[in-house]
Design a protein around this ligand. Structure first.
Ligand code: UDX
Length: 448
């Protein structure tokens, strides 16, 4: 009797940054828990800095290395140079990887690639693979970049303009994705984000890390154009109660988990403000100082993640004492699920936003750039589970924290946060929209 065919092999190519690797790997883990075999392609430079952990020795995600040429770069690089080099080196290396893999016992059938690398589709298509971009920003933000690409919206935005775009709420200029921090490279960043849509009509599936009940209208609008599959929140895909205990994570920063957990364990329920600005955002010294004083002025304790590269911006002589704990990195999912955490002061990167939503934690939003401004608007106005800090003075920060954890408005936000958490959980549970989309995709792949 002939041996059964090997399971379809999926390659996953994330963009080499923590905020992109986390959702791609969570999705890859989930796919590997089905009948698929999955290889995640990680750049060689990144793997030297990373801690790769597997929750089980039988984890079925394989990691393969691919060079983007960064390991040979000496000294700092501009964003433009980095962008050009990564593409010029990664593209032939991806082609070579696929060619080599073709003669293996399990040749790849599909490439899932980060949507910011649309050229990966051309490489994979030319070698007969199916292709699916994976969007790591919200559907709303992605739709805005689609309109920027197609002339429905112009950049730079008119300051006082309020824009009305299909399926989106009215957005002021301050609510639109901000490119102002990329001072000399805003046009390159804009092109990178708009190009996500350059060949989308050729995609076999288009994955979004969101769930239908969170962004229903936008998802419906997109689904009329592209074969959209919402598969998030990816952080909830690999929970033990979803039958997937084998998962691999890649951390570019070393978490100080023990000290955080012990410290949180010693605190009362709902008595701690968790503060983090993700893996890339960089606050100015004055903003760090106001934040430090704002946290000190709040009646709650605080757990503040200050990455090593940011630590010298803390105010001189800053000592959190009994009131707070400052760490360079933590396991954010563990922290957000701790009973002591009352609210999250966040830059509102899309992962942090979904992680707050998925854990029912209300947000005090201090967006810095890119998609964060729009995520903050949605947290406050659309989902009602957060407040945006308008100035950056200490009094305002302390007042916003109080507004979220106390009073009637705070109680309403916390109620809505619990509701959203329930909807997020339902989406990834058996029969939920995201779980069904994944199942349906796997069945389609098996038939192709
Ligand atoms: C960026 C963008 O802001 C984001 O919107 C985009 O989609 C991906 O790239 P980043 O700024 O790092 O990401 O923020 P965020 O999206 O919130 O991702 C940070 C990740 O790091 C989260 O998954 C968070 O759980 C994790 N993290 C952060 C930790 O595990 N520990 C920490 O101490 C801080």
């Amino acid at each position: 009797m002939a041996a059964p065919p090997p399971p379809p092999h999926v390659l996953v190519l994330p963009c080499p940054a923590q905020g992109h690797i986390n959702p791609a790997l969570a999705f890859a883990n989930r796919l590997a828990s089905t009948s698929l075999s999955v290889t995640v392609l990680i750049t060689t430079d990144l793997i030297n800095k990373a801690t790769v952990s597997s929750s089980s020795s039988s984890s079925s995600v394989s990691i393969a290395l691919i060079s983007d040429g960064k390991e040979a770069v000496e000294g700092p690089e501009t964003f433009e140079a980095e962008f050009k080099r990564a593409r010029a080196v990664l593209s032939p290396n991806l082609a070579e990887f696929i060619d080599h893999n073709r003669s293996s016992a399990s040749p790849a059938k599909l490439l899932v690639y980060d949507s910011t690398m649309p050229w990966a589709m051309d490489v994979a298509r030319a070698r007969g693979l199916l292709c699916a971009p994976f969007f790591t920003m919200s559907a709303a933000v992605s739709a805005i970049f689609y309109h920027l690409k197609n002339g429905g919206l112009k950049y730079p935005y008119e300051e006082c303009e309020e824009v009305c775009l299909p399926s989106l709420p009215r957005l002021g200029a301050k609510d639109l994705p901000s490119l102002s921090m990329f001072i000399n490279s805003s046009q390159t960043v804009l092109k990178l984000l708009c190009d996500q849509f350059s060949n989308l009509e050729k995609a076999d599936w288009v994955f979004f890390n969101t769930f239908d009940m969170l962004e229903r209208e936008i998802v419906e609008w997109m689904a009329r154009k592209w074969p959209i599959k919402t598969i998030g929140p990816t952080i909830l895909l690999n929970k033990k109660d979803n039958n997937n205990n084998n998962h691999t994570t890649i951390n570019l920063f070393e978490p100080k988990q023990d000290s955080c957990t012990q410290w949180l364990d010693s605190k009362e329920t709902d008595s701690v403000v968790y503060v983090s600005f993700g893996s890339l955002a960089s606050l100015g010294e004055p903003q760090m100082e106001e934040l430090a004083h704002g946290l000190a002025a709040s009646r709650l304790h605080f757990l503040w993640v200050v990455r090593a590269s940011e630590a010298d911006k803390l105010p001189q002589g800053f000592d959190p004492g009994e009131k707070g704990l400052v760490v360079a990195w933590c396991d954010q999912l563990e922290v957000l699920s701790h009973r002591a955490v009352a609210c999250f002061v966040s830059h509102c990167g899309w992962n942090s936003t979904l992680e707050a939503v998925g854990h029912g934690v209300p947000v005090v939003a201090l967006p810095q750039c890119a998609d964060q401004t729009t995520d903050a608007k949605f947290l406050e106005d659309v989902w009602g589970v957060g407040v945006v800090v308008r100035g950056c003075e200490r009094e305002e920060i302390a007042a916003c924290i109080e507004g979220v954890v106390g009073g009637e408005r705070g109680a309403e936000m916390r109620r809505k946060a619990r509701e959203l958490k329930k909807l997020a959980k339902e989406a990834v549970e058996c029969g939920g929209t995201s779980a069904s989309n994944i199942q349906c995709f796997v069945e389609e792949l098996l038939c192709r």
